[in-house]
Ligand binder design. Structure first.
Ligand SMILES: [Zn+2]
Length: 251
């Protein structure tokens, strides 16, 4: 066995899952590099998330010791939020709201499709069981789904989903006329939100709620990644008459 003179600690961690390189100085050999699996020091994604979660929960309990106990009794959000899956648009954070304030559905480019049972189930639960007063459709500038739809490249399966956005640019081509580059991209992001607000208003669930005189308003907002700010799109619809008038103005 080669006697070890000294052991230098960790030199580098290349990534969470890769190896740690140790350098060992021996009597007869200057250095031996040994790769040790990172499992041995338990620096993995689960540990990191649990550590951060622990710190987060502790911070909340410091301010309000009963916060989680109260919240565990049930939810009573007043808003259904439909947003993009983009990691940079987390609903509660950008709206400055807490846990329990929003019922949320997210998909690529915040699209409402009348045959999407996943989305429709969320809407039905929010409207008929939670009895929310507001549905927010929130898009964002810089949306990757909208960009992919604009570029028209072959992306495989997801092209079926993005076709809903391509349909909007075809139906509303007159509203994109003369626009190019960034300006056209931003306008299509806005048009997509407006179209999804209309789609939401036309769901059997929202129509039924309005027939039953529920106090339900559908809104369209757009988030700007560069400023961190939400912007209105003049899409606030609280009944079939308002919807008809809006359809005339945005046609
Ligand atoms: Zn997006």
């Amino acid at each position: 066995m080669i006697p070890i003179k000294s052991l230098h600690k960790k030199i580098e961690i290349r990534s969470l899952y890769q190896s740690v390189i140790w350098q060992i100085t021996c009597y007869n050999l200057p250095y031996i590099s040994v790769n040790i699996k990172i499992d041995s020091i338990k620096l993995n994604i689960e540990d990191r998330l649990l550590e951060q979660n622990n710190a987060w929960a502790s911070r909340i309990k410091e301010n309000d010791p009963d916060f989680f106990k109260q919240l565990s009794k049930g939810q009573n959000p007043n808003i259904l939020w439909i947003g993009c899956s983009d990691s940079r648009v987390p609903p509660n954070q950008i709206a400055g709201l807490s846990q329990g304030d929003l019922f949320v559905h997210r998909n690529i480019s915040n699209i409402i499709v009348h045959t999407d049972l996943n989305c429709l189930s969320v809407v039905q639960f929010a409207v008929e069981v939670l009895e929310v007063d507001h549905i927010i459709i929130c898009g964002h500038y810089g949306c990757g789904g909208v960009k992919a739809a604009m570029e028209g490249r072959n992306n495989g399966l997801i092209d079926n989903w993005l076709q809903h956005i391509r349909d909007i640019s075809r139906h509303r081509s007159h509203q994109l006329e003369g626009l190019t580059g960034e300006e056209k991209y931003r306008r299509l992001c806005e048009l997509n939100v407006k179209e999804q607000v209309i789609n939401m208003c036309n769901t059997a669930i929202v129509r039924k709620a309005w027939r039953n005189e529920a106090n339900l308003t559908v809104h369209g907002l757009i988030y700007d990644l560069e400023t961190g700010l939400l912007n209105k799109l003049d899409m606030v619809i609280n009944g079939p008459e308002v919807l008809e008038r809006k359809l005339q103005t945005i046609a």
